[in-house]
Write a protein that binds this ligand. Structure first.
Ligand code: XMP
Ligand code: MG
Length: 177
């Protein structure tokens, strides 16, 4: 499969993603018993995941979005940009489920968590569909990880290469040149 100038091969298929999301939904349902948490989705990449995940959970919840970016095409710039954030969102004493598509270097989380903590929520549960453990340089634990993957660029299921690939139902991995 080709996107722009790069070739990608099938890596995690739709059935496997959906099965894992059901498991994550069950774990969150257990953890959030008696609560109405707030799903806080980090755009753009996590929009597909959050839509599936809210429906895999058996509790009512609020939903909010922030938009952050740090990637330029295939590489992390190391700088995180907040396009829009938490200005008008009240999270005080709320249980937050923070939704990331992928945690790579951890720069995004390290940048964003203090902003979120400043809103004095009562708890923060971090969920990421993907984690690249070889590159993750930060100590903050990711509470729930869908799949640990090697340090190779992936697209699909919300993730993009230079804007495209987000609509793919499976996750695809960059082919070596
Ligand atoms: P950091 O390095 O801040 O990265 O943990 C988090 C954000 O970078 C993007 N990212 C990727 N996007 N394929 C993508 O399409 C990848 O392999 C990849 N690795 C990191 C993504 O937006 C993530 O939220
Ligand atoms: Mg992202």
């Amino acid at each position: 499969m080709q996107i722009h100038d790069k070739r990608f091969k099938l890596y995690i298929d739709e059935a496997k993603i959906q099965a894992r999301i059901l498991e994550i939904g069950q774990a969150l349902t257990e953890k959030m018993k008696g609560k109405n948490p707030v799903f806080l989705s980090i755009l753009n990449g996590s929009f597909v995941l959050v839509a599936d995940l809210v429906r895999a959970c058996d509790f009512d919840a609020e939903l909010s979005f922030v938009r952050l970016s740090s990637y330029d095409k295939l590489t992390s710039t190391g700088r995180v940009k907040m396009h829009y954030g938490l200005d008008d969102v009240d999270l005080e004493n709320k249980d937050i489920i923070l939704i990331e598509d992928i945690v790579d270097t951890g720069n995004t989380l390290e940048f964003f968590l203090p902003e979120l903590q400043a809103k004095t929520p009562s708890s923060i549960t971090i969920v990421s569909l993907l984690l690249k453990p070889e590159v993750y340089q930060k100590t903050h634990p990711i509470d729930i990880v869908g799949f640990e993957i090697p340090n190779k660029f992936v697209v699909g299921y919300g993730l993009d290469y230079d804007g495209l690939g987000r609509t793919l139902r499976d996750i695809w991995q960059l082919e070596e040149e």
